[in-house]
Ligand binder design. Sequence first.
Ligand code: ATP
Length: 330
Amino acid sequence: MNHRFDVELVSVTKRYGETTAVDGISLRIPPASYCCLLGPSGCGKTSTLRMIAGHEVVSEGDVLIHDQNVTDLPPLERGTAMMFQSYALFPHLSCLDNVAFSLKMRGTAKAERHARAREYLALVHMEGFADRLPAQLSGGQQQRVALARSLITRPRVLLLDEPLSALDPFLRSRVREELKRLQRELGITFIHVTHSQDEAMALADLMVVMQDGHIRQAGPPREVFERPVSAFVARFIGGHNVLAGPGGPIAVRADRCRLGAAGDGPHLPGRVAAVEYQGSSVRVALSVGEGQDASVLVPDEQFYAEPVAPGDSATLVWRERDAHALAEMG
Ligand SMILES: Nc1ncnc2c1ncn2[C@@H]1O[C@H](COP(=O)(O)OP(=O)(O)OP(=O)(O)O)[C@@H](O)[C@H]1O
């Protein structure tokens, strides 16, 4: 590998008139990464992706791909390919011709483009569907064909905007596995925009949490989950209690908390607000302290040995070493 980063953003800003959608973000994506851009609606994920693709003009800053400054290059010269939320295949073209389409535009001869298209259909396990029209495929199958269509141009970076949001939960996890496999096999960088924490945690090598046009935290999912830097990140990725500690806000994972009798360690008395069965565990929501909410994930066996119900008083207990300080309550 003779470049340091597959994609680098240097103080990139995007303004639409008065609105600053992306506010001076910097990010380095190492070669062959699965990078997920995660954040609530309107935080600037899609604008960031579109600036990398060249579909949106950068207001300030630079975009580098394979260490080359592409800020002023048109999309076709960047070596990126984009797959959209609505993966809109051409309805009147067979799967084979859909996949071969971009090669046709480039003037590749028919025999060669069909051979290449078959190769890419095979890559997504759709070689048996070459002659079908998109309407004769399931949503998940259309998704795979759309992937093959994006990959046939041999991009250096594949950009995916909410690629799984149109699929039902079962298919979503199947296609998710497929995306990860493809990324690994092809050895290129995928940048995947999502508002789903689960999706980002399952897929990413590098998880980038955005809010209000800023990157709040970037790192491997496990690092972000174990050490969220702010209350916003802790709440957004879920699974944490954000509590007011004596020295400022703290985060404690819900699965590291328990319901119990107060010992010497940290604890907060409260009341059970709700009980949710989740299969392998039961989530007990509590009101603790002064109007704070918390939850405890109790392993199912343990919960049913000593069940609690809404209205019961209960004490939230955790270990000092499982709590860590947050930068701000945010
Ligand atoms: N073409 C545009 N003109 C004006 N404002 C825009 C335009 N596109 C996006 N915005 C604004 O920029 C901000 C960021 O939008 P963006 O689509 O990048 O967010 P997002 O995180 O992808 O949101 P979502 O998850 O809802 O797709 C929003 O406030 C949005 O309203």
